[in-house]
Design a protein around this ligand. Structure first.
Ligand code: PRP
Ligand code: MN
Ligand code: MG
Length: 179
C-alpha cells in the first residue's frame, strides 16, 4: 500500500470482479447493436480499458476530456471541455463511461451536450457513485460501487493528478490534502 493511503476501500480483485458483471449486463443490453462508448477523460481511462475488454458486442470508442475539479477536492461547478469527441454522435447509441459521479455536474453537462447533438440513446455506466455529494438530480444506469462520503483515489481517480495508477481504491490520508 502506498504511503499516502490510509486504507484500501475496494481491492483490485473486487473491482475486476464487478467490472466483469457490468460487462455482461451491458453486452446483453446492447445485443445486436454497436454502441459508441465514450470515455470521460482523464478519470475513466482505466475503467474504460478494463470494461471494453469484457463487453462482447462490437463497440466503437471515442474520448472526451472534461474537467471540473482542477487541483481541488471539491467540484468548481464549471465544466471545461479540454478535448471534444472526434466522431459525430447523431443517431448513435451512446454509452458514457465515467469513473465516479459526485455532484453530478460533469455528467449532467455532458448528457445535455450530447443530447443536443441528436444521439439516439444515452446510457451511463459509472464505476463509483458517491450519492452524498450530489447537487443535481442524476442517476447512472449502471453503477459499480456506491461509496461513502470520503475523498478516494486510485483506479483512475486523482488528487492533484496523482494516484491514478493505483490498481485499487484507497482513502487518502487527510494530511495530504489539508496541507
Ligand atoms: C472527476 C471525476 C468525474 C467528475 C465527477 O473528474 O473523474 O469526471 O470529477 O464529479 P462531479 O460529479 O462532481 O462532476 P475531474 O474533473 O477531477 O477530472 P479528471 O477526470 O481529469 O480527474
Ligand atoms: Mn473525470
Ligand atoms: Mg480529477
Amino acid at each position: 500500500m502506498q504511503n499516502d493511503i490510509q486504507e484500501v476501500l475496494i481491492s483490485e480483485e473486487e473491482i475486476q470482479e464487478r467490472i466483469k458483471q457490468l460487462g455482461a449486463e451491458l453486452s446483453a443490453k446492447y445485443e445486436g447493436r454497436t454502441p459508441l462508448v465514450i470515455c470521460v477523460l482523464k478519470g475513466a481511462f482505466i475503467f474504460m480499458a478494463d470494461l471494453v475488454k469484457v463487453i462482447t458486442v462490437p463497440v466503437e470508442m471515442d474520448f472526451m476530456a472534461v474537467s471540473s475539479y482542477g487541483a481541488e477536492t471539491k467540484s468548481s461547478g464549471v465544466v471545461k471541455i479540454i478535448k471534444d469527441l472526434d466522431v459525430p454522435v447523431s443517431g448513435r447509441d451512446v454509452l458514457i463511461v465515467e469513473d465516479i459521479i459526485d455532484s453530478g455536474l460533469t455528467l449532467s453537462y455532458l448528457i445535455e451536450l450530447l443530447q443536443a447533438r441528436g444521439t439516439a440513446s444515452i446510457e451511463v455506466v459509472t464505476l463509483f457513485d458517491k450519492p452524498a455529494g450530489r447537487t443535481v438530480k442524476l442517476e447512472a444506469d449502471y453503477t459499480g460501487f456506491v461509496i461513502p462520503d470520503e475523498f478516494i483515489v486510485g483506479y483512475g481517480l486523482d488528487y492533484a493528478e496523482k494516484y491514478r495508477n493505483l490498481p485499487y481504491i484507497g482513502v487518502l490520508k487527510p494530511e495530504i490534502y489539508s496541507k
